[in-house]
Ligand binder design. Structure first.
Ligand code: SF4
Length: 325
């Protein structure tokens, strides 16, 4: 695949997967039901991730006080104002959804699936917040409907994970992904990765692409590291200890990643979006979703780059073994 012939983009977009699976356009509705995570609770001496704001990555924190039904209804109304019809996946995004008791998640999934036009759920979580009880729940629902899990892996570099204060290792992420796939062969599984980390090398990016390629996952979501107010990263930024990369440099790193990742891996998005502009400290280019997205596409086209261009399957499998030792 050099360019996706239908979508006309040089990568394999997740919208293609949704179209194949559901036969029409599908939107993810982010909801906030969790209120905390292991880091915020200080488990095992963990601290809040250095980039995370008070809202725990929630897209719409103003809706956090609303019921799950109201959150879904409000997002559905907003989308349907622009479209005649659509189908929705309810995305349990904020904080760590699986940190609460499984029985609570069970009832939240049931509520989500009972709303109009909802065709499945997506559970965002960390690689160290899984259990047999969770797998039982996901197995039960994935036999009836579409269920996806997104793991916040963020990096396969142990030093970067320590710097971000993630509180889990790359080996832990790899083990969680393998265990999930063994237990739930039909589950749709994805990972989040951050690019634009300090002192990030090209080899680190190639390694991340090769590991992602060899793992039994279906999709990847890419974020640039941006600085939000009232975060440890904002303090580092103010002290001159962290500088976000330029849009041009970020586009180069995304391109490098995509060139080395397997062509069949679906890609959710190419950069993060700061939806609350007043909370964004830097870089300012991350406030303009479509402009930065278009810039990355143009960068890839200018360099005749496309997903999987330099993908080599046999290297990937060796790399995973090295990291997960
Ligand atoms: S990024 Fe996730 S795990 Fe880290 S502090 Fe925020 S909510 Fe917790």
């Amino acid at each position: 695949m050099q360019h996706d012939l239908v979508w006309q983009v040089p990568y394999n977009p997740i919208s293609r997967h949704y179209r194949e699976r559901f036969g029409q356009k599908v939107y993810k509705i982010p909801v906030s039901v969790a209120t905390t995570c292991p880091n915020r609770e200080g488990l095992r001496g963990m601290k809040t991730c250095n980039f995370c704001d008070a809202w725990g990555s929630s897209a719409y924190p103003d809706l956090q006080s609303s019921s799950l039904e109201e959150q879904i209804a409000e997002s559905r109304r907003r989308i349907l104002r622009k479209l005649n019809c659509a189908r929705f996946l309810v995305y349990f995004q904020a904080y760590t959804t699986t940190f609460a008791r499984v029985i609570e998640l069970r009832s939240q999934i049931a509520v989500a699936l009972a709303q109009p036009d909802v065709v499945g759920v997506v559970i965002g979580t960390r690689p160290d917040c899984i259990s047999e009880a969770l797998f039982d729940l996901l197995r039960e629902y994935s036999q009836k409907t579409y269920v996806a899990v997104e793991y916040g892996v963020q990096s396969f570099d142990e030093e970067q994970l320590v710097w971000m204060r993630r509180g889990h290792t790359a080996a832990r992420s790899i083990a969680a992904i393998k265990r999930t796939r063994e237990q739930l062969p039909d589950l749709h599984m994805g990972i989040h990765l951050i690019l634009g980390l300090p002192d990030e090398t090209d080899d680190e990016i190639r390694l991340a692409a090769e590991i992602a390629s060899a793992l039994p996952i279906d999709d990847v979501k890419l974020h640039n590291l941006h600085v939000l107010v009232n975060t440890p990263l904002a303090d580092d930024y103010a002290a001159g200890l962290f500088r976000p990369v330029s849009l041009e440099e970020y586009a180069r790193r995304v391109t490098l990643f995509l060139q080395h990742v397997r062509p069949g891996l679906f890609v959710h998005r190419l950069s993060a979006l700061s939806s609350r502009h007043e909370e964004l400290v830097a870089p300012q280019w991350t406030a303009q979703k479509m402009a930065s997205y278009q810039y990355i596409l143009d960068f890839m086209r200018l360099h005749n780059a496309y997903q999987g261009q330099f993908h080599k399957r046999e290297i990937n499998e060796t790399r995973v073994d090295v990291v997960s030792l």
